[in-house]
Design a protein around this ligand. Structure first.
Ligand code: ADP
Length: 537
């Protein structure tokens, strides 16, 4: 597949992955620090794993680049050496490994640079939870590798029309491509969370050999990868329309509100989708029993199994609320830790299951809660994909308060698994969940406005009241979520529209001319071969 596609990459006549397509969609290099299932610490990994598949469905020739972390090297399919790349400014040797994203035909490059990426811990932190001190260098190397691929400075024969960069780790790509000063591909930069900015002491710019006259890199005296992406990309996106509005405000802009606002119409929000193959209760191998909107009975079996596995009381009628996320103040995990004991005391049958890791004081507090409420609070500190799936399937309610939420995926997973979300009305949560009180005929959950314990608790109370006294409303809301379409097709089409604004489709005349050229080339090559065969020269 890779070889065939490499050949396609050289032409311009709309031959993508071997299939002729009508309007020659653009060739896109997607660059990210995490791509599921190779590496994931949160929504970024999920999105960068699912979006390429959806773009591929639309015929886009999308290829991926990410760091060669140990987990990514282990999980990639069919890796082969694709040549050296000057990524670490001559400091250490690096090479590109070419392969495929597992369970897909999407070509992938891993930046193999053991000195930067062969480490334990998460992609960003050592096992004790501290950021790697050379993160600027590690992700500058990723950016340089992307630029080398984009400019044709590697052995890869394929060159993109457009580079789609994700989050601060890739923020230098638009800047470096502009500085390259030659014909360059277009750039799109997507902000998944403006709170993570990749800010480093200004002296780092010199260590990374970056030109120091670039105002777009400077943020309050520091070098900011995120700001560089926002300033220099041709188009900037974020992961929901509401978050795009919020980022222009002081409350949510994390100091970059002016920079976001300055991009005007070139900064838009496109709501994330979810990978409906990975998150599908009808096929999910992690579940005790599969179920679907037409046959939801299996959800009860999943609840039984979850209660049994996590030491909760076996009680099919008990309302079971869950949380599966990073244990941070962003996710209002502090508020939950404060309010949950009161709620558990007030509602004798209420059960609570939590999976997460993050701030150590919060981890300890939740463990205390599980000791205080045996059989009613089950706490798993850590990161476990399988438990996350079981929680979404087995619970009745998802607790998803957020102080800010760019998009949020867990609320969509929950709805698809028939678990009703309680969310704060911010960012993508506001764009994906409708409250029961606002309009019962379209409701998919419970929504609260203020980032306060009182408001969160009130929303939980409302949900428990509906659960206990209005089962028909509960069933309707749940059925609506189960049947809703959270797939990527709509959002991928929006990204393709955006790419098209930067890389217009060739006109019919240009396509025809390209085909004539190609046919002429083939004919000439055929004649030359025939001549060689005849004359033997
Ligand atoms: P964010 O990206 O802010 O962390 P999202 O809701 O966008 O939040 O995405 C979170 C993703 O990470 C989901 O797929 C969620 O299931 C997963 N996740 C978060 N914490 C854990 C954990 N401890 N174990 C397993 N999966 C987790």
């Amino acid at each position: 597949m890779a070889a065939r596609a490499d050949e396609a990459g050289g032409g311009s006549a709309g031959c993508v992955g071997g299939a002729v397509v009508a309007d020659a969609p653009p060739r896109v290099l997607l660059v990210a620090s995490e791509i599921f299932p190779l590496a994931k610490t949160g929504g970024l990994g999920d999105v960068c794993g699912a979006l390429p598949k959806a773009l591929r469905q639309l015929g886009v020739d999308v290829r991926l680049l990410m760091p060669g972390y140990p987990c990514a090297l282990d999980r990639s399919a069919d890796l082969r050496i694709a040549g050296a790349v000057d990524a670490d400014a001559g400091e250490s040797s690096a090479r590109l490994l070419a392969g495929r994203l597992p369970d897909s035909d999407i070509p992938l490059w891993l930046l193999d640079c053991p000195r930067l990426y062969q480490r334990p811990g998460t992609p960003y932190q050592d096992p004790s939870g501290s950021d790697w001190p050379d993160n600027a260098r590690r992700y500058a190397a990723l950016c340089r590798a992307a630029v080398a691929l984009a400019r044709g400075d590697t052995a890869a024969r394929w060159r993109p029309d457009l580079v789609h960069c994700h989050d601060w780790h890739t923020g230098l790509v638009p800047f470096l491509l502009r500085r390259a000063g030659v014909a360059r591909p277009a750039t799109v930069f997507t902000v998944h969370n403006a709170a993570f900015q990749g800010n480093f002491p200004w002296a780092t710019a010199e260590l990374l050999d970056l030109p120091d006259d670039a105002a777009g890199l400077e943020f309050y005296g520091q070098l900011s990868f995120l700001k560089a992406g926002i300033v220099y990309a041709d188009k900037v996106t974020t992961v929901s329309p509401t978050y795009a509005r919020e980022l222009r405000s002081r409350e949510f802009g994390c100091g970059l509100e002016g920079v976001f606002a300055s991009r005007g119409a070139d900064f838009v929000g496109i709501l994330n989708g979810i990978d409906t193959e990975v998150w599908n209760p009808a096929t999910d191998a992690f579940l005790a029993r599969r179920y679907s909107p037409d046959d939801p009975a299996g959800k009860g079996a999943c609840k039984n199994a979850l209660q049994a596995q996590s030491g909760l009381r076996q009680d099919p009628a008990a309302p079971l609320a869950m949380f599966a996320s990073r244990l941070t103040t962003q996710k209002m995990a502090d508020v939950l830790a404060e309010r949950m004991p009161t709620l558990l005391r007030r509602h004798a049958t209420l059960q609570f299951a939590l999976l997460g890791s993050g701030e150590h004081t919060l981890e300890r507090r939740f463990i205390e809660i599980s000791r205080e409420f045996p059989g009613r609070a089950a706490i798993e500190i850590g990161y476990a994909e399988s438990t996350a799936h079981r929680l979404h399937a087995g619970a009745d309610l998802l607790l998803h308060g957020s102080r800010f939420e760019p998009c949020g995926l867990t609320q969509m997973y929950a709805m698809r698994y028939g678990t009703i979300p309680i969310v704060r009305c911010v960012g993508g949560l506001a764009d994906s969940v409708a409250d029961v009180e606002t309009d019962a005929s379209t409701a998919t959950g419970f929504v609260f406005a203020e980032a306060s314990g009182r408001a969160f608790e009130h929303a939980i109370e409302r949900s428990l009241e509906v659960y206990a006294t209005r089962p028909e409303v509960w069933r309707e809301v749940r059925a609506r979520g189960l049947a809703a379409d959270f797939g990527w097709s709509r959002s991928a089409a929006a990204y393709l529209d955006l790419y098209r604004q930067l890389v217009p489709a060739p006109s019919a005349a240009a396509r025809l001319a390209a085909w004539h050229q190609r046919i002429g080339d083939l004919a000439r090559a055929g004649r030359a071969r025939a001549l060689v065969a005849r004359t033997g020269t």
